[in-house]
Design a protein around this ligand. Structure first.
Ligand code: PTJ
Length: 408
């Protein structure tokens, strides 16, 4: 009896874990099986638990390779047998390809038999790999033993959840290897002719569908197999991950802006001090003086805005209108922890809007020559370099940057 309530948000994941553990106790899954499964789950979280678009294309290429093969074989170990028995059987019928048990741990004959019997109980008609006598050359683990009518004859082998010692040996033996591995950097995934970076339980039905779609299209099959390039496929998956994690690592929509009030003065002073310590503001006594800051807060010709990430104060911008036409942006500061998420752009937009409403035609600012991030931010937001102020005796000079206001 499962302890998992059906409406648990991760019911499927918990059920699969229970299944792996249950069949481990029956000797079908290896003792290391739950660890391998957990590793897969972690990678699946990073992928978003869906099949990435580039991987869908890899699945079609894999289907083409299986259809083109003379002797395709699907290799089954303890984890795969238990996770997706019906999908494995159905795929093997559809290609058609042989099913062969091949395990890494506890290869006594008894374990392979248990796996084969389990697959037969789920509807398989024939399962190879029991008492296998042929050997994969240059392989020293238990996986070296293969069926003379199965893997030994095969030209294309589909392997899933592998431990990383066999794929290269199979390739060196002249086989093409398709792997299904959620870790795009595992040895199996890297060595394979083509890795499908997806969860086995999602990938197998998609692979079967691709086999059905492609079966009669010989030209497409040829084209897809000719284009297989595992390095390119891996790079695309890594780019997908990079992009996905980059998007997740943003707080863009969490920023908001407030007009500064007396209660923000302490924050402004502290942030100013830390930017001075970083060397990106020159220390000026006024700017750390409470009365001075208070006297400049949001008057007719001045503005100070506070940036919040959710409800946390994380930055500010201030400036004043100098000659009715030009807004002088004095300081823009963002707490180190919140940089790189788009808060600077939001502050700049806010003062541009304000300056435009006040009738300014231009914004100017001065940035220390050593503050490259700030210069980059201004350049990215349409500012150009207008000149250099030589700060005699100081460590760094000032770059004058400006932007014309289009709405002016
Ligand atoms: O039954 P045996 O004796 O052959 O042993 C099978 C295991 C899986 C224990 C053995 O091959 C092993 O230890 O594998 P590894 O080294 O843990 O590698 C398994 C790989 O599969 C890892 O890269 C995992 O990220 C990946 N993986 C785990 N679960 C899934 C997965 N890939 C796709 N779908 C999954 N559900």
């Amino acid at each position: 009896m499962s302890d998992v309530p059906a409406n648990h948000p991760r019911a499927l994941s918990l059920e699969l874990r229970e299944k792996i553990e249950y069949y481990r106790q029956l000797g079908i899954v290896a003792n290391a099986g739950p660890i391998a499964h957990g590793r897969g789950e972690a990678f699946d979280y990073l992928l978003g638990e869906t099949t990435p678009t580039p991987v869908r294309e890899d699945i079609y290429a894999a289907a083409a390779l299986l259809l083109e093969a003379q002797h395709p074989v699907i290799s089954v170990n303890g984890n795969t047998a238990v996770l997706a028995p019906k999908s494995l059987i159905s795929l093997s019928r559809n290609i058609p390809a042989k099913l062969e048990v091949n395990v890494f741990y506890g290869r006594t004959g008894e374990r392979e038999k248990k796996i084969a019997d389990y697959l037969i109980s789920q509807g398989a008609q024939e399962v190879l790999g029991i008492n296998a006598e042929a050997k994969v050359p240059n392989l020293h683990s238990a996986r070296m033993r293969v069926d003379k009518n199965g893997m030994a004859l095969a030209d294309v082998v589909l392997v899933s959840l592998e431990d990383g010692d066999r794929t290269k040996a199979l390739i060196d033996w002249g086989k093409k290897v398709i792997s299904i591995d959620l870790n795009p950097l595992s040895r199996t995934a890297v060595d394979a002719t083509l890795n499908i970076c997806d969860n086995l339980i999602r990938a197998l039905p998609l692979l079967e569908k691709a086999v059905q779609d492609l079966r009669t299209d010989q030209q497409k099959i040829k084209q897809l197999t000719a284009e297989i390039n595992n390095d390119y496929s891996t790079a695309r998956v890594l780019k997908f991950l990079n992009h996905r994690l980059g998007n997740l690592a943003t707080i863009k929509n969490e920023f908001s802006i407030l007009d500064a009030t007396e209660e923000h003065i302490h924050f402004i002073k502290n942030l100013t001090k830390s930017v001075i310590e970083e060397g990106c503001f020159y220390p000026q006594q006024d700017e750390l003086n409470t009365d001075y800051i208070l006297s400049k807060l949001n008057l007719e010709y001045t503005c100070t805005n506070i940036l919040l990430a959710r409800h946390i104060l994380c930055g500010f911008i201030d400036g004043d209108i100098r000659d009715n036409q030009t807004f002088h942006l004095k300081r823009l500061a963002i707490d180190k922890m919140y940089r790189g998420f788009g808060g600077g752009k939001i502050l700049l937009k806010k003062v541009e809007k304000l300056a435009t409403i006040k009738g300014c035609k231009k914004i100017v600012t001065e940035v220390l020559t050593n503050c490259h991030t700030a210069q980059g931010l201004f350049l990215k937001n349409g500012y150009t370099i207008e000149g250099l102020v030589n700060c005699n005796g100081e460590k760094h000079n000032l770059i004058v940057m400006g932007k014309k206001l289009s709405g002016a």
